[in-house]
Design a binder for this molecule. Sequence first.
Ligand SMILES: NC(=O)c1ccc[n+]([C@@H]2O[C@H](COP(=O)([O-])OP(=O)(O)OC[C@H]3O[C@@H](n4cnc5c(N)ncnc54)[C@H](OP(=O)(O)O)[C@@H]3O)[C@@H](O)[C@H]2O)c1
Length: 331
Amino acid sequence: MKTRKLGNLEVSAVGMGCMGFTHAYGDPPPEAEGIRLVHCAFEQGCNFFDTAEMYSYFKNEEFVGKALRELPRDKVVISDKFWPMALPGQEAPKLSEANLRRALEDSLRRLGTDYIDLYTEHQMADGREEEVADLMGRFIREGKIRGWGQSSPTADQIRRAHAVTPLTAVQSEYSMMERKWEKDVLPLCRSLGIGFVAFAPLGNGFLSGKYRAGQTFAENDLRNVITRFSPENMKANGPLLALIRRFAEEKGCTEAQIALAWDLAYGDFVVPIPGMRKEARIRENLGAADVTLTAEEYRALTQALGRVEIHGDRVGRDIRKLGTVPQDVDR
Ligand SMILES: NC(=O)c1ccc[n+]([C@@H]2O[C@H](COP(=O)([O-])OP(=O)(O)OC[C@H]3O[C@@H](n4cnc5c(N)ncnc54)[C@H](OP(=O)(O)O)[C@@H]3O)[C@@H](O)[C@H]2O)c1
């Protein structure tokens, strides 16, 4: 597996998003099967695993902790995210040193480790960028975290935080269906040497071409409420899938691999973290690291993509409509 640098962290070019092992896409697999799949990804060369305090309210961290405990700690890179607001059982938002320290210690305990490699502010606490950055700097100096990040920040929030404690990586949605960060955030990350972790790189699976209008999802699957999966938008996004299929056929790979290879081709500081819970998908998605788009192929695909209209998106206000998923699965 090829590797990439996110600041000081060396990670596999494709990581694994672990959210689905406890929630978001219907019932998760039994824990033992989930652990087997994480180990399968590791055996395929994936060393970068993403979780968050708020996924299933702490249970995802516990799952990831169990799965990674059986692997050599120095061979895995743990990406964890803290939720600055109060979560169930917590009385106050964490935006004080004492509360953030407690949250970090609790996450370390659930993960079964004494340091987190990449610790990311999961929802931006507007106006508190410098304060959070300063505290993250202290956690780094204390050896509790190796690097830190922001999720879905604006360019201004990145600049303000980075000036206090250099950011290791930003984590935001980036795929052929969500390109808004190309305007300023991606170029800024490139110029400041900040890594970019691309979440939902498969457009929640849509870009794999394996989902069709008329497809039904389990009641507790967020694709019932995000608009890119409404039957009319799935149909309207047909030209996007046709484009990806054409390139996949030309490259002799799958659609999901084209979608991931396109993310990777933006720059060597971009690392997609698809969620995947089947062995074949793990092999397929991690295999995207070996699908290299030439500069000409990337330009042609990106130009063609610019002519395709994208219908629907994936935003927190829709996800909140699904009562079975915790109050907010990210913005
Ligand atoms: N920072 C944030 O705010 C934020 C927000 C959302 C997510 N994340 C992180 O990003 C990770 C990835 O995002 P995501 O899981 O929401 O979206 P995603 O990776 O774009 O899509 C995941 C969905 O696609 C399906 N899938 C994966 N590979 C496939 C393939 N080759 N063929 C067909 N279907 C495939 C998965 O199915 P199965 O799982 O059933 O195999 C799952 O339903 C999460 O796990 C989480 O760690 C971060």
